[in-house]
Write a protein that binds this ligand. Structure first.
Ligand SMILES: [Zn+2]
Length: 400
């Protein structure tokens, strides 16, 4: 009798080696790849996938940050699942990396974010092959640099997506390990610039106190606070509360000089179906009022970090990861909203449904970044099981 997808998934999960995925993670950490300088590591990653028999190429549109594009060809007739990750780590130094097989811990920059996830992708493919399970659809593995802000701006991933180098759905091997994010708030960084005509002058020369840009700052602070309170008072929903947060206020350069400019910078997080255009209109309306009251010029700059989205709950990738998780971990993977803006937002904005499943990233970006072997193995097992459930599996000849 043919094995059910859950039985197949458990058989493949049995082929995952905790030791092997730990050692691979350690090897990946040993090749530093701070944002903008990922080429050496991209070659190492491409080499591992090549050794696994995938059809691999390096996309060198951004030569210092090449993208790895690798395909495991399916037997035919199934959808393509993309397993994706970023090759760069934050450019923050870390104590020497280490591996402790007895305790099951790998330490070093990128252990959690996300060389562990990238190693789990390789181990998932390896386990499928060792178990002799060939998916019906293709598995597309992509890994790209220029992810971590502020240097990383997702141009590598977005370029791949723009050129349709994508699966029918994607699982990004980070940010989720005990829940499945199917929705996310959008996030835009706003920058309000207040400006007056003329040059800096002595305070006693100022005729109209209101035309001091700092007067506009006071009005703006009040209005932004009011708006933030309004947003906080709205009933919460699945995606989480909308927020308006102010992180920077700048003005003035000397105690008795009237400044020419003031700048306020912050974030605005919004729920689907709100868009960055609506956020812009909201902030512009607020600034028009302050401009009318002060006679100063106000200008709103807005940079969308990621759009708001909510996946259709019937997207097959959601069931594939949940069924895969249930088969190899046991228990239900609860649905949730993503707390941070990650690459799923990019995928979704290009029409590719995407979710996250990787290792616990609690220590990401920290001074003691580490990942456990059991976590790496679990991620690899769930990724492999997700492939089986999403891509389908070739029907084997059965003896009659
Ligand atoms: Zn990351």
């Amino acid at each position: 009798m043919a094995e059910s997808p859950a039985q197949l998934a458990r058989r493949v999960a049995g082929a995952v080696s905790e030791r092997r995925v730990m050692e691979e993670t350690y090897r990946f950490i040993s090749v530093p790849s701070p944002t903008g300088a990922e080429a050496e590591f991209a070659h190492v990653y491409a080499g591992v996938l090549d050794d696994l028999g995938l059809e691999v190429r390096l996309d060198e549109e951004f030569p210092s940050s090449p993208s790895v594009v690798a395909r495991l060809e399916g037997s035919g007739g199934g959808p393509t699942l993309q397993l994706d990750g970023h090759t760069d780590t934050v450019p923050v130094s870390h104590d020497e990396s280490s591996i402790d097989l007895a305790r099951g811990i790998v330490r070093g920059r990128g252990a959690a974010d996300m060389k562990g996830g990238l190693a789990a992708i390789c181990e998932a493919v390896r386990a499928l092959q060792e178990a002799g399970v060939r998916p019906a659809g293709d598995v597309l593995v992509t890994a790209h640099g220029l992810h971590e802000a502020p240097l990383g701006d997702q141009r590598t991933l977005r370029s791949l997506l723009r050129r349709n180098i994508a699966g029918d759905a994607a699982v990004i091997a980070e940010l989720g390990h005990d829940h499945l994010a199917t929705a996310s708030r959008g996030m835009s960084i706003f920058r309000i610039r207040v400006h007056r005509e003329g040059a800096p002058m002595h305070e006693v020369e100022l005729r109209e106190p209101i035309s001091n840009p700092i007067a506009a700052v006071r009005l703006l602070l009040d209005r932004l606070d009011e708006r933030a309170a309004e947003l906080a008072g709205r009933p919460d929903d699945f995606a989480g509360p909308e927020t308006l947060f102010l992180g920077e206020v700048h003005s003035g350069d000397f105690y008795n000089r009237v400044p020419v400019e003031a700048t306020l910078v912050g974030t605005r997080r919004y729920r689907p179906p709100a868009t960055t255009e609506q956020v812009r209109a909201e902030l512009e309306a607020l600034c028009r009022e302050v401009a009318a009251e002060t006679g100063l010029d106000l200008e709103v700059g807005l940079q969308e970090v990621g759009p708001a989205y909510a996946l259709d709950p019937t997207e097959p990738v959601i069931a594939a990861v949940r069924h895969g998780y249930e088969a190899v971990v046991g228990g239900e993977l609860p649905l949730a909203a993503a707390q941070a803006v990650g690459n799923a937002a990019d995928f979704v904005s290009f029409g590719v449904p995407a979710v996250y499943h990787g290792v616990n990233q609690q220590t990401a970006h920290s001074d003691d970044e580490h990942v456990s072997g059991s976590d790496l193995a679990r991620a690899a097992r769930v990724l492999a099981a997700s492939v089986i459930h999403f891509c389908g599996v070739e029907e084997k000849e059965t003896t009659r």
